[in-house]
Design a protein around this ligand. Structure first.
Ligand code: CP
Ligand code: NVA
Length: 300
């Protein structure tokens, strides 16, 4: 079975660092591998996307390949035919499959039956490419440190779950400030806590989460597929807004991150998003470089 990226814990710490090294070399132009030369890549989207779609399509072209954009109304994954059959058929046409969808189990099924690597471009559970790119952005912007402190404030969602997955693999001081009923996935949380090299804190106090941290991170309060819960989430999470007062409690050198798209004025203020500590657009750019590194790593 080829290697796939269903979630970050599919990789060892050494492999994660190998991907960061590849990413740095590709971004600087020191290497320009073309592992997709003469191959196509299926890019399946059952949810909207700007960054993931465009960075994958551009990245695939830069690696010598041809992206094939596929939406759910066409393939009706798991309805028109089984995911295992779709995986086996796609593997006859393409060199890699990238998928953004709802259920994590659909991605895992695809990876189980495909004979080419599968990359998770976001599910309700996790968003691994995002957090690998985000950690690479931290490495670029911060002085080297054994264990960065990352404070995530807001909804305990796919993005916070992937931070926890990273904490399960590499040393991280990861804090989540969120409401009692907006917690991250319990099993993923336990796995992160089991890594003795990381520290994990869950608190309902956003100030406690942010205090002295190197990185302050937030994401939308209602994720794709949950927009009907937007009003409820707003009520529960408004005290976790990333604004200047909250940012003032972080390290004076702290950077601000957001995976985007942002709902400005809700989880993050314009002042913070456009302020001098924000690296959100470098973060968005790095999606391209990390995606290329991930695909190159999986295809080696
Ligand atoms: N951050 C991110 O994945 O953005 P898109 O939803 O636009 O792909
Ligand atoms: N948590 C967000 C991330 C978007 C990139 C969502 O799933 O909609």
């Amino acid at each position: 079975m080829p290697r796939s990226l269903c979630q970050i814990t599919d990789f060892s710490a050494a492999e994660i660092h190998e991907i960061f090294d590849l990413c740095a070399k590709m971004k600087s132009g020191k290497i320009a591998p073309r592992p997709l030369e003469g191959k196509s890549v299926a890019c399946i989207f059952t949810k909207p996307s700007l960054r993931t779609r465009v960075s994958f399509e551009v990245g695939i072209a830069e690696l010598g390949g041809n992206p094939v954009y596929i939406t759910d109304p066409e393939i009706k994954l798991g309805q028109r035919e089984s995911i295992s059959d779709a995986a086996r058929v796609l593997s006859r046409y393409v060199g890699l499959i990238m998928i953004r969808t709802f259920d994590q189990s659909d991605v895992e099924q695809l990876a189980k039956y495909a004979s080419v690597p599968v990359v998770n471009g976001l599910t309700d559970l996790v968003h691994p490419c995002q957090i690998l790119g985000d950690y690479f952005t931290i490495l670029e912007h911060m002085e080297p440190k054994e264990r960065y402190s990352v404070a995530y404030v807001g909804d305990g969602n796919n993005v916070s779950n992937s931070w926890l997955n990273l904490a399960a693999r590499i040393p991280l001081d990861f804090r989540i400030g969120t409401a009692a009923d907006c917690q991250p996935n319990a099993a993923i949380l336990e796995r992160a806590k089991a890594n003795r090299d990381s520290r994990v804190l869950i608190t309902e106090d956003p100030k406690e989460a942010v205090g002295g941290a190197d990185v302050i991170y937030t994401d939308v309060w209602a994720s794709m597929g949950q927009k009907h819960l937007a009003e409820q989430k707003l009520q529960k999470l408004s005290k976790y807004q990333l604004n200047s007062a909250l940012l003032g409690l972080a390290s004076s050198k702290a950077i601000v991150m957001h995976c985007l798209p942002a709902e400005r004025g809700k989880e993050i203020t314009d002042e913070v998003m456009d302020g001098p500590q924000s690296v959100v657009f470098d973060e968005a750019e790095n999606r391209l470089h990390i995606q290329k590194a991930i695909m190159t790593f999986l295809l080696k």
